[in-house]
Ligand binder design. Structure first.
Ligand SMILES: Nc1ncnc2c1ncn2[C@@H]1O[C@H](COP(=O)(O)OP(=O)(O)O)[C@@H](O)[C@H]1O
Ligand SMILES: [Mg+2]
Length: 313
């Protein structure tokens, strides 16, 4: 706990009857890129807003940099960068002026600020757009401006709330690479997303959130190794019958077999030659089949096993 940058204990937040955050705990160590992964409505933004003291909460204990976080904890706030889910920039200012404005809330010295603003623009790939007003920017560039405004003052802790939603692939890659670079330069990151591939690619540790609860926590491989499911096999099957499902389930290590559209989807809990056994059964029984795909577990499978539902939209 000595290096905890963020510590949330038993956070509870209700909106009327709706329990948005349900005894949620989270600890983030110095230097981590912590991924907060959960479907829409699982409570990620509410948690971030409570963490920042932007929202009052019903219960819980929140510390940042080892000190209690409160609405008036300006010393803590000055070392935090926030990139909100909804883009918040000033329409009347151009790109450079926007970043300069937000940076100016923290950095008084003009020369230092100029350097920081230039670096933030460089960092987000916006150097060629300094004179553009936000209205003239594409969705991806606008997102990058939102990020530049949030990080220009070189915060020690940066919170990103779904920064890549509806962003083109080029901007997305620029954003992810920027976050990695920021982390290499010493910033601790909390990154919320409902895109599991992104969280898996970027984050050193992942917390999975569902219905306001912390339902799993670990590195991507720890989470996947904790699964019963070790291999999923999909086979296109033109003729489908319950007899086939029954026979498949009798094969060693097969614990689930079901039809999904034109495919039979078979889940195995280990074993080395599942595919061989399954295909032998099909050809021995003269059951015609088409395309065969075998998949290793994903974070979606982790989510599915814990919550019984898909993480995908
Ligand atoms: N301002 C609000 N008033 C009432 N309910 C809200 C408000 N903001 C969020 N909620 C509800 O709280 C739950 C969590 O929402 P949110 O924190 O936005 O989730 P996420 O960021 O994971 O998509 C959802 O059920 C949502 O409908
Ligand atoms: Mg959200």
């Amino acid at each position: 706990m000595s290096n905890a940058i963020v510590s949330i204990e038993n956070l509870v937040k209700r909106y009327g009857e709706n329990l948005a955050v349900d005894h949620f705990s989270l600890h983030v160590e110095d230097g981590e890129i912590l991924g907060l992964l959960g479907p829409n409505g699982s409570g990620k933004t509410t948690t971030i807003n409570c963490l920042l003291s932007l929202l009052q909460y019903d219960k819980g204990d929140i510390q940042i940099f080892g000190k209690p976080m409160r609405p008036d904890a300006y010393d803590i706030k000055s070392k935090i960068g926030v990139v909100m889910q909804n883009v918040a920039v000033i329409e009347t200012l151009n790109v450079y002026e926007n970043v300069d404005f937000f940076c100016g809330l923290y950095i008084r010295d003009k020369a230092t600020r100029k350097q920081y603003v230039e670096e933030a623009l460089e960092f987000t790939g916006l150097s060629d757009y300094k004179k553009y007003k936000p209205k003239k920017l594409s969705g991806g560039l606008l997102r990058r401006l939102n990020i530049a405004c949030g990080i220009a003052h070189k915060p020690k802790l940066v919170l990103f709330d779904e920064p890549t939603v509806a962003v083109d692939p080029q901007s997305r890659n620029a954003i992810l690479e920027g976050i990695r670079k920021m982390n290499r330069e010493g910033a601790t990151i909390i990154y919320t997303s409902h895109y599991m591939e992104e969280v898996e690619e970027l984050c050193s540790r992942i917390v999975i959130m569902d219905h306001g609860k912390n339902v799993a926590n670990g590195t991507s491989s720890e989470l996947k190794n904790s699964l019963k499911n070790r291999e999923t096999i999909r086979i296109t099957l033109p003729n489908q019958s319950d007899d086939i499902l029954r026979a498949l389930k009798e094969i060693n290590h097969v614990y689930e077999a079901r039809f999904e559209n034109d495919d039979v989807v078979i889940r195995c809990d280990g074993g080395e030659h599942n595919l061989v056994h399954i295909l032998s059964y099909l050809s021995d029984s003269h059951i015609p089949f088409g395309r065969v795909i075998t998949e290793q577990p994903t974070l979606n499978d982790v989510f599915l096993e814990i919550t019984g539902k898909e993480l995908r939209d």
